[in-house]
Write a protein that binds this ligand. Structure first.
Ligand SMILES: *Cc1c(COP(=O)(O)O)cnc(C)c1O
Length: 377
């Protein structure tokens, strides 16, 4: 190994790139004397909604809460079920149960790793016996690429079930030129430090074109208050603080540039893999990928990861165990007709390369060279 290990994610590099601007924003927020739900938060919400192209955005404490808040706002709780996938961050499923609803997990398309609309259609047409009525469909735009929303929105409309987009990995991605997160009834974004738009702590934001829904959720996130100390709705505490909002405003202004850099890095990795037995990630027709993760499938994953590590390239696994196989969920969650076989196959093979906008050209070249060393036989 002739260079320092290149990490798979690097939120510290994201801070250092914008340190002067971020430090100034932090100083401004600290000097304001107002630390929760104030001017910075309102400005971030307005700027995020304008950037996304929705009427409204509502900040909250994290991406899991954003999902649970949207479900609560739509009245999807006990006695309702929500269709999502098992190949996702466990947070997607945790949020459904936080809201009191029952998850049902369907399989993915093997190439895009997102919800298989055929499985969704089968479940809607033939719900498992005993499953509560459907309250929402929750596709995940995994790794930064659109789920098949054309088909999923059509099914949602056909059955009268709202579609909520889990955009935690897809800030800025598009489908047919329209931003993900502006196509469903509502959408939820994590602002965890490593996400495409990341705070320097926890944060989340949800978006919708429905003003009433946004107003209700804004109340629910703070004890159900519309007016201080008066709870009109049953609420929770899930607020975005002013420091994070100020930091996020700085980072939002750089998000499009950062996503373009992620795509450039992805193109370099694609080129490095050409002529090897390893396929670059599939791109959905009509969709623009923002590469939250650049994910390969390798049959001998442990050996490949070890070989790359030896050469100074760290890799990750998103995710090693499907939600329905995890101890907290195993044996008690309804599954789609395939039993999530494609999810289980993916979980055994997926491997994520280093991916963040601050990777230097030299680092990308190094990673590309080491990929060829490992994959060209
Ligand atoms: C990160 C993530 C979440 C949860 O976000 P937190 O901010 O960590 O609560 C939900 N869904 C997906 C797909 C994610 O990647």
């Amino acid at each position: 190994m002739t260079h320092e290990i290149i990490p798979q994610a690097n939120p510290g590099a994201g801070y250092r790139e914008l340190q002067t601007e971020i430090d100034a924003a932090i100083a401004r927020a600290l000097a304001s004397g107002w630390y929760i739900l104030g001017a910075e938060g309102r400005a971030f919400e307005a700027e995020y909604a304008a950037w996304l192209g929705t009427n409204r955005a509502v900040g909250c404490a994290n991406g899991t809460d954003a999902l649970a808040l949207v479900l609560r706002g739509l009245g999807v709780g006990a006695g309702k079920s929500v269709v999502t996938v098992s190949h996702t961050a466990v947070a997607t499923v945790a949020a459904i149960e936080m809201a009191g609803a029952t998850p049902i997990l369907v399989d993915i398309e093997p190439d895009t790793y997102t919800m298989d609309p055929a499985e969704l259609a089968a479940v809607l047409a033939n719900p498992p016996v005993g499953l509560p009525p459907f309250g929402a469909i929750l596709p995940v735009h995994l790794y930064g690429q659109a789920a098949d929303l054309d088909a999923i929105l059509t099914l949602g409309a056909q059955y009268g079930i709202p579609v909520i987009e889990d955009c935690a990995q897809a800030h800025g991605a598009t489908l047919h030129g329209r931003k993900l997160g502006s196509l469903g009834v509502a959408s939820c974004f994590s602002l965890y430090p490593t996400k495409n738009l990341g705070a320097l702590g926890d944060g989340g934001v949800l978006a919708t074109n429905d003003d009433t829904l946004a107003d209700n959720i804004a109340a629910i996130r703070q004890y159900g208050w519309r007016t201080h100390y008066l709870s009109d709705l049953i609420g929770v505490n899930s607020r975005l603080d002013e420091l994070q909002a100020a930091i996020l405003r700085v980072k939002l202004a750089h998000l499009d540039t950062h996503n373009a850099r992620r795509r450039e890095i992805a193109a370099s990795y694609d080129a490095a893999l050409s002529g090897t037995a390893i396929q670059p990630p599939a791109r959905r027709l009509g969709a623009e990928h923002v590469f939250h993760q650049y994910v390969l499938r390798v049959e001998n994953r442990a050996e490949t990861q070890a070989a790359l590590r030896e050469l100074g390239v760290a890799t990750g696994i998103h995710y090693p165990v499907p939600v329905h196989r995890q101890v907290a969920y195993a044996g008690r969650i309804a599954l789609g007709p395939s039993g999530c076989v494609r999810t289980e196959a993916a979980a055994g093979q997926v491997m994520s390369l280093p991916m963040y906008p601050q990777l230097t050209d030299a680092q990308v070249e190094t990673i590309s060279a080491e990929l060829r060393r490992v994959f060209v036989r």
